[in-house]
Design a protein around this ligand. Structure first.
Ligand code: BES
Ligand code: MN
Ligand code: ZN
Length: 500
């Protein structure tokens, strides 16, 4: 979809549809009031008929409003104006996007940002309009042979800003929104691919494609031979069980004005299918373990957005891609392996494979002298028990990095919540035979997984984000969500803003 920013009065817009908010108790927004004045009370007259009261999510179409150039007006009930928060705004955008897509209008002019709320500011609404419209109209139908599409799909949206002097900031917000939406679409497409297509070599070929699209990116791919030679015994312990060769994929977006600026490094768990290995999983809903590369998908999404927006930052994306399968070559419970760091690990459960591929990748990235390392992983079912599907879990060794990520989460509603990394949790990882075990028992499974990773990240500022509950939706609308791309991009945008 195309988005652009425009100022000006609603009655003067030559458009197929002008979209204006109204609030509880038939209260008019400013653009709704303008249309009302221009049409000699046409809006209020319409409201008297009782089609719409202004409650959240209500819609009403008005055709042929007097003295307006728009073919139609879409009134959008937003509930109580002061209470519109980012989640409500998302619902409204999604409802409107679908309604427009199913209407005869292929383009529209939206005044949805004309909401005076305590919880969300106009520029955030500009950014979110782009994100939510794109997400509402997203489809993954690569494998459907008979696709039903809207006969007159929505193609263009103007986003109205109230004041001329806001045009420049609104443009910037729209650009951020476009980057977020692009990154989310990349992440969703990868996450939705079936596991017989999306294996580690597929991810490597996607990285090569990305480099072709954006020649400024640098690419380095380690194969199993390279990793064995380096001494990545933990990564290889997982990858060995599969006929699909594992890959360590490193994509560099180095575009900071100062080329020596330390990079932000993102490390994504890229298990393209997690059967559990010899500690095999129960079969119910096992298909969903194709999204065990959701962390990797978000890394692809963020790097794509950085390249597309040509952000003046240094960001390095690393993807630890392997498939966790049971086979004659697979690891057994009881195996002891040596990690790239030199520490040994007793594998007590082959289903705790994410931390095994990540620990070697986390040791490897120390070579980049990172400003911060953030790993993103669908790491534990325990995280879904702790936080559900609304919030990602976070464990960090840096309170300041934790704060930055927390605030980036608040600003995008792609939220994270920190869990404590106290040393008692590390004690749960004790092994009788090696330096540590790869599991810490049932209690606090998300934290002990983080505690395991922390043994490989003591040389830099690090945060771990567990997206097991947030990267995927089960049920009827099953599929990848694109999270936590907005969180990570906002984290990068915030650093850029504070550097200005
Ligand atoms: N990929 C899973 C975690 C997961 C579970 C993500 C459900 C999304 C939904 C991970 O590899 C795993 O199997 N973790 C185990 C760890 C346990 C063996 C310590 C788990 O959560 O059960
Ligand atoms: Mn597993
Ligand atoms: Zn897994």
């Amino acid at each position: 979809m195309d988005f652009y920013i425009k100022s000006g009065s609603p009655e003067k817009q030559r458009t197929a549809c002008v979209v204006v908010p109204i609030f509880s108790g038939k209260k008019l927004s400013r653009p709704a009031a303008r249309l009302d004045e221009a049409s000699d009370g046409g809006i209020r007259k319409f409201l008297k008929r009782g089609d719409i009261r202004g409650d959240k999510g209500e819609l009403a179409w008005i055709y042929g409003l007097e003295n307006s150039y728009a073919e139609r007006v879409l009134l959008v009930g937003c509930g109580a104006e002061r209470d519109v928060n980012p989640a409500v705004f998302r619902e409204l955008c999604e409802t409107v996007a679908k309604a427009l897509d199913n209407s005869g209008a292929t383009e529209a002019f939206s005044y949805l940002t004309a909401v005076d709320s305590r919880h969300i500011d106009p520029m955030q609404m500009v950014r979110d309009t782009v994100v939510h419209f794109e997400m509402a109209l997203y489809r993954f139908d690569d494998y459907k042979t008979d696709v039903k599409t809207s006969s007159r799909p929505l193609k263009r949206l103007a986003i109205g800003v109230q004041r001329r002097r806001d045009l420049a900031v609104a443009e910037a917000s729209m650009r951020e929104g476009k980057g977020m939406a692009l990154g989310m679409i990349v992440a969703r497409d990868l996450g939705n691919q079936p596991p017989n297509v999306c294996h580690p070599s597929y991810l490597a070929s996607q990285a090569e494609l990305l480099r072709k699209t954006y020649p400024s990116l640098e690419l380095e791919i380690l194969d199993e031979e390279d990793m064995t030679e380096l001494g990545m015994g933990a990564f290889m312990a997982v990858s060995r069980g599969s006929d699909q060769p594992g890959k360590l994929i490193c994509i560099k977006h180095l575009n900071a004005p100062d080329p020596h600026e330390k990079p932000v490094v993102l490390v994504g768990k890229g298990i393209t299918f997690d059967t559990g290995g010899i500690s095999i999983k129960p079969s119910a809903a096992m298909d969903e373990m194709k999204y065990d590369m959701g962390g990797a998908a978000s890394v692809f999404g963020v790097i794509t957005a950085c390249a597309e927006l040509q952000l003046p930052v240094n960001v390095i994306g690393v993807v630890a891609a392997a498939e966790n399968m049971p086979s004659g070559g697979a690891s057994r419970p009881g195996d002891i392996v040596k990690t790239l760091s030199g520490q040994t690990v007793e594998i007590l459960n082959t289903d705790a494979e994410g931390r095994l591929v990540l620990c070697d990748a986390l040791t490897w990235v120390d070579r980049f002298n990172p400003a911060a390392v953030i790993d993103i992983a669908t790491l534990t079912g325990a995280c879904i028990i702790a936080l559900g599907h609304h919030v990602s879990g976070m464990v960090t060794n840096s309170p300041s990095l934790g704060r930055e990520l927390f605030h980036a989460g608040q600003a995008t509603y792609d939220r994270v919540w920190e869990l404590p990394l106290y040393e008692e949790y590390t004690d749960q990882l004790k092994s009788n035979f090696a330096d540590m075990a790869n599991i810490g028992g049932r209690p606090a499974g998300t934290i002990t997984a983080g505690a395991f990773l922390s043994k490989f990240t003591s040389d830099y500022r690090w945060a771990h984000i567990d997206i097991a509950g947030t990267a995927w939706k089960s049920g009827e609308a099953k599929g990848a969500t694109g999270r936590p791309v907005p969180l990570l991009l906002e984290f990068i945008f915030k650093r850029l803003r504070s550097a200005e």
